[in-house]
Design a protein around this ligand. Structure first.
Ligand code: NAP
Ligand code: GDD
Length: 323
């Protein structure tokens, strides 16, 4: 009998890669999708798996829909990847972000507690919870200091996961994932904004790229590697929390330089600083220590930032070329 997995956020970057990984391992995959006025399945199509997923309509803000999804899917494993995931928007929609990214986790945990207590649960926590960093390299014991409504909401989701594990003995794990990117990344995030612009500038369709704080530093990895870590967490006998990162941090400026240089361009001739992209409170630097995930899960990142950015620029050159 094949295992069943329920994935919230299946139409997002990580949801698409995770669904592919699970299907390749022989799982039956149920994907929670919120009703939208236009198509959101382009990533699943790009990976060639759109027709292989069992779609269940639901929204993390709607506890009834979450209960129904858990009852219908009867999952062995549940991956909670659904979220309002863009930090910048969390100042414009702080309440929605709090309900979906924070309370939404409780909706799911309550449904598991009542209807599927044997199911294993993964919560998509984030390095954004470290915010104003309290240690040079952040690991599972570093204190949190979130700097955005998104980070605050995710911190609630993180602690409620730990609380339900301790209160009700659920197999609930939380992955504290640092930034991870891919050709399927949303266009609003800085890596994809840059690689899309590089392709457009190279092909003569755009002249400049407007960015905010390019001195910010991030620990960037490849999403395809990171979904493997999520799956590994749910294969452990004991649920736990893990930092997933590369252990290397790079400025937005240097990431831009890599992307433009890949097509023979100088970023300084195209990048314009635009204060509209500055954030009310910034996370200046993130740098993770993935030692525990390496030791206990046997997980390791396989993709350097340079090859990740090249992969993204190449994909955007193909896309823009087709337009
Ligand atoms: P993403 O591409 O923005 O995908 C988010 C997904 O959540 C989409 O499928 C979206 O559906 C869905 N969603 C949004 N609001 C929802 C709601 N109210 N109810 C149900 N589903 C909803 O994000 P991602 O990069 O794949 O990230 C996956 C998860 O990991 C998120 O929880 C994110 O916060 C977290 N995370 C990401 C990173 C990273 O660097 N990528 C790092 C740490 C943690 P639509 O397609 O319909 O909008
Ligand atoms: N998006 C964006 N757009 N960011 C910019 C820009 C711009 O024009 N210019 C500079 N930046 C800076 C941001 O200020 C931030 O310091 C950095 O680039 C990265 O921004 P994002 O790519 O939007 O990612 P993020 O770090 O805020 O959040 C992502 O990573 C988190 C994990 O640390 C998201 O995927 C979150 O969902 C995730 O939890």
């Amino acid at each position: 009998m094949s295992k069943r997995a329920l994935v919230t956020g299946v139409t997002g970057q990580d949801g698409a890669y995770l669904a592919k990984l699970l299907l390749d391992k022989g799982y039956e995959v149920y994907g929670l999708v919120a009703r939208r006025s236009s198509d959101t399945r382009w990533r699943l199509r790009e990976l060639g798996i759109e027709s292989r997923i069992n779609y269940l309509e639901g929204d993390l803000a709607d506890a009834c829909s979450i209960q129904r999804a858990v009852i219908k899917a009867k999952p062995h494993e549940i991956y909670n990847l659904g979220a309002q995931s863009f930090v910048g928007s969390s100042w414009d929609q702080p309440v929605t972000t709090g309900i979906v990214d924070g309370l939404g986790v409780t909706h799911l945990l309550e449904a598991i507690r009542q209807f599927s207590p044997e199911a294993r649960f993964y919560q998509a926590s984030t390095s954004e919870m470290f915010g104003l960093i309290q240690a040079e390299k952040q690991d599972e014991s570093t204190p949190f200091y979130p700097r955005s409504p998104y980070g605050v909401a995710k911190l609630y989701g993180h602690w409620i996961t730990i609380n339900y594990r301790e209160s009700f003995n659920l197999h609930a794990s939380s992955g504290i994932l640092f930034n991870h990117e891919s050709p399927l990344r949303g266009i609003e995030f800085v890596t994809r904004k840059v690689t899309d612009a590089v392709a457009r500038i190279k092909l003569g369709k755009q002249r400049e790229l407007r960015l905010g704080n390019i001195d910010a530093k991030r620990d960037w990895g490849f999403a395809g590697d990171y979904v493997e870590a999520m799956w590994l967490m749910l294969q452990q006998d004991k649920a736990d929390d893990y930092v997933v990162a590369t252990g290397v941090t790079t400025t937005v400026r240097d990431m831009c330089q890599l992307a433009f240089a890949h097509v023979g361009l100088d970023y300084q001739e195209h990048v314009v600083i635009d204060p509209q992209f500055f954030r009310p409170a910034e996370v200046e630097v993130l740098l993770g220590n993935p030692g525990k995930a390496e030791r206990q899960l046997g997980w390791r990142p396989t993709t350097s930032l340079e090859s990740l950015i090249q992969m993204m620029v190449e994909a955007d050159l193909r896309r823009v070329g087709r337009e």
